[in-house]
Ligand binder design. Sequence first.
Ligand code: UDP
Length: 488
Amino acid sequence: MASETEKLHFLLVPLMSQGHIIPLTDFAKLLARWGVFVSIVTTPLNAVRYKDVIDHAKAQNLKIQMIPIKFPCQEAGLPEGCENLDELDSLELSWKFMRACDMLQAPLETLMEELEPKPSCIVSSNAILWTEEVCRKFKIPRYKFGTVSCFTSLCASNISQVDQESILSDSEPFLVPDIPHKIEFTKAQMPKHRSPAGKHSGGSEEHKHKPIMARDPGRATLVNSFAELEPGYLDGYRKKEGKVWCVGPVSLCNKELSERSARGNKASIDEHYCLTWLDSKKPKSVIFACFGSMCHISFPQIKEIGLGLEASNFPFIWIIRKQDYSAQVEKWLAEEGLQERVGERGLIIQGWAPQILILSHPSVGGFLTHCGWNSTLEAICAGVPMITWPMFAEQFFNEKLIVNVLGIGVRVGVERPMSSNGESEDLVRWDDVKRGIEKLMDVGSEEGRMRRKRGEELAKMASNAVEEGGSSYMSFTMLIQDVLEQLQ
Ligand code: UDP
């Protein structure tokens, strides 16, 4: 197949958010290892962020490039330079952002006319619906790249069939039909676009009729997951969707220190300092608290997190996103003297963490997470159990998978999403944070020991899946074969 694959040119079109560009770039690296030429369409500012990652891949002789297209911020009513969802001040702006993404269709079609070699197929984020039209025009196959689990996709699909009349209130639990486990949600926990009430909140007129998830599955759906993690849900999803290939966890392609420390952004801490700090701690003793690239956490909530981490008495690394590190937070940290009180026990990082470097260190014993799908999978790969704190989007689905299905997490206890301006309606108090950490780290109990053991087993299954002959590795062979068969 090696010489055959050299004919192929995959064009990847991610949604401009860290949760999509990061896994699609990992996926690109994996594809390029098969000898395939891969181009990733992005915008100028995102291309700068990922330059080191791409340069590193090129140095490994991988045929991979990023192609920047101008992002129409002004035309879509966004502030200049707002080229990634993590730059939005509020999630409300995301509709304008999606409008800007839609405007990329015409420049992408122009690019397609000029690109050499001609793309053999497009792999796009499930949110970029218009690539379907582009593929039709250029008569090439389209593959959808799913950045959520099969569990989430199947639950969401089955929930959409629940009788709306039967759900009486926002807080009353309803059962997800036709899935292998007894799983309940409330309407309030549904992502806005998937709420059983079916209504979009806010947004432009042209987007009101466009669901965020693409309906057309294309030739096949690629999922950043692995078959052994969620077999019953993969089967169920396949019955609904047709061809579904699990190709993950894609983050496992990052083996070298430099690859683990620079994903998505430059880390805000020197990786050697971070590793020395971790080396000084006992095995499985450190709590890593990080809430992804997009969650806006209010000042009162940040205070509670800091006090909870302090009160837990475990060593911790706590990431406060650049956008949340306000003057108010800075002043509080200085006046409160939290860093002085916890001393060497706590590492507070303002900005961006080298997340997979930290998670894969043997000293890390627990992950306080917002349950983003990438973060969830990265913790599974590292065998690190989680304290789950879903904040928005499909994160409540991931919490159920982590806690109720896989048995590798404990809930911090939130019942509703954070409001989109970052003010949590239900503030999680410091003693809830402390309690969650203590429960997770209690390996004296049978429950705690089982959680850790199960986590270690899943990590082993994840690494087997991506190794030669493993289930995800085999998905790559099927994908490449499928594209080869359709070459014109
Ligand atoms: N991430 C990171 N450092 C940070 C925050 C996030 O490397 O300080 C990475 C994380 O490893 C993951 C991605 O950003 O790959 C976040 O994706 P996820 O789906 O977990 O959450 P989202 O940001 O989309 O809410």
